[in-house]
Design a protein around this ligand. Structure first.
Ligand code: AMP
Length: 408
């Protein structure tokens, strides 16, 4: 089977890496650190299966275009991708599906949003409605800060058109969990749970980012919890989408909070998580290409259920100085080969070819270094040992990825 992976980040790198176990893979556009990268646009690549990585092309209808020309595509059409393209619509769908989630309101005007904020006990959450690369969310512990953020977002100062509608939510508390499910339009199968780290700073401080690290498996998130989330969040949503005439074939990524009252849905994403994919997919013991192809063709019953090795994976994201606000670029990256010589895998995201032919930084999140081990502690030690061998001026990473889980 020949698979075409669409995208240019570390998620597409790990997809290509794991699909490459059983399939021939090209990545478009990829990046200079991803083997098999081609400049040809997806429609110009001949392949048996197209896997669309990022949310933006899904929201823009790339999967629809490819399907219209008779291709087999893993990834929802624009109709289903709206789950991620509009947080207000996502909340409507999950509410109709009876999924446990935070109370919310969607607003275009400041005054009703402020009134709703005042009715909530706090913490307060303010989100831009549209795509904001994981950075449009404020979790505030002060009402004044939440109100100021509503004003800034609705004024279009922060995210332009994406912020013209805000979603205000009741803040939930508890550890977060990411559960990715592969869907064929009717059925869904769960992949292994993961936990990711969204804030820039150690101890979950500072602004939200696209994700600074992740690990899998998650201690305490066993089969019963996975079955509960599938039954209460993923399956009802898939059924609600179907009821609305949406044939959802792709990943439904449930971002969850394990609250004192049980798991609650924070959000759905419509693609593999980045960096969750960098710890979940390498642990797959079954055939990823077969799984995604059968889901895309609408009948998962023909695929072997996903199976995972017991070994743990931890990934540490290496970012540029200034990320997420103003990442610098153009610094020469050293040490990738040394890191890989430890047995770790280095997935490339924001990299480019420099004038001297070497890899240079070209974005906020530059690399994701995945270590493996018999326990989360061992995988964590491996990931950090490998990450320390990589350098460029201003390299930044968190030092506490998977720390708590390693101590459990
Ligand atoms: P989202 O883009 O909706 O996933 O939000 C990004 C992050 O903001 C989540 O992973 C949570 O850490 C946090 N967050 C979002 N919604 C809530 C909520 N209702 N309560 C508490 N934290 C939240």
């Amino acid at each position: 089977m020949k698979v075409c992976v669409v995208g240019s980040g570390a998620r597409e790198h790990v997809l290509a890496h794991v699909l490459g176990r059983t399939a021939e893979v090209v990545v478009t556009p990829g990046n200079p650190g991803v083997p098999g990268s081609v400049a040809t646009p997806p429609a110009g690549v001949e392949a048996d299966l197209y896997v669309v990585g990022p949310e933006a092309p899904l929201v823009a209808g790339l999967a629809d275009e490819l399907r219209a020309s008779g291709r087999l595509v893993f990834g929802p059409g624009a109709d289903g991708a709206r789950l991620e393209g509009s947080k207000a619509w996502m909340k409507q769908v999950v509410e109709a599906a009876g999924v446990p989630t935070a109370r919310y309101g969607a607003f275009h005007e400041v005054e009703p949003a402020v009134e709703f904020l005042r009715s909530l006990p706090g913490p307060w959450v303010v989100k831009t409605d549209g795509l904001a690369a994981g950075k449009g969310v404020l979790v505030a512990t002060s009402l004044d800060e939440a109100i100021a953020d509503v004003r800034a977002k609705l004024a279009g100062e922060a995210f332009g058109e994406a912020g013209r509608t805000v979603v205000v939510e009741e803040g939930m508390t508890g550890p977060e969990l990411s559960l990715l499910a592969v869907c064929d339009g009717t059925r869904a199968v769960a992949l292994a749970p993961a936990q990711d780290f969204k804030r820039i700073g150690d101890g979950d401080t500072g602004p939200n980012t696209g994700g600074m690290g992740a690990y899998s498996p998650v201690p305490g998130a066993g089969e019963a919890l996975v079955a509960d989330v599938m039954a209460r969040c993923v399956e009802p949503t898939l059924a609600e989408l179907r009821r609305r005439g949406i044939d959802y074939r792709g990943v439904l990524y449930a971002g969850l909070m394990l609250t004192p009252h049980g798991p609650r849905l924070v959000e759905f994403n419509v693609r593999f998580g980045d960096p969750e994919a960098q710890v979940v997919l390498p642990r797959l013991a079954s055939d990823l290409a077969e799984l995604l192809a059968t889901a895309s063709s609408g009948d998962l019953t023909h695929a072997s259920p996903p199976a995972f090795v017991d070994d743990a994976c931890v990934t540490v994201v290496l970012a540029s100085e200034g990320y997420p606000a103003a990442p610098r670029s153009g610094d020469v990256i050293e040490g990738i080969a040394k890191a890989e010589a430890t047995g770790a895998t280095v997935f490339c995201a924001g990299v480019a070819r420099g004038p001297a032919g070497d890899l240079v930084t070209a974005g906020g999140r530059v690399l994701a270094v995945t270590g493996t081990g018999a326990s989360v502690a061992a995988a964590r030690e491996h990931a950090y040992r490998a990450a320390e061998l990589i350098s460029w001026p201003g390299l930044y990473h968190r030092t506490d990825i998977a720390l708590e889980a390693a101590l459990r």
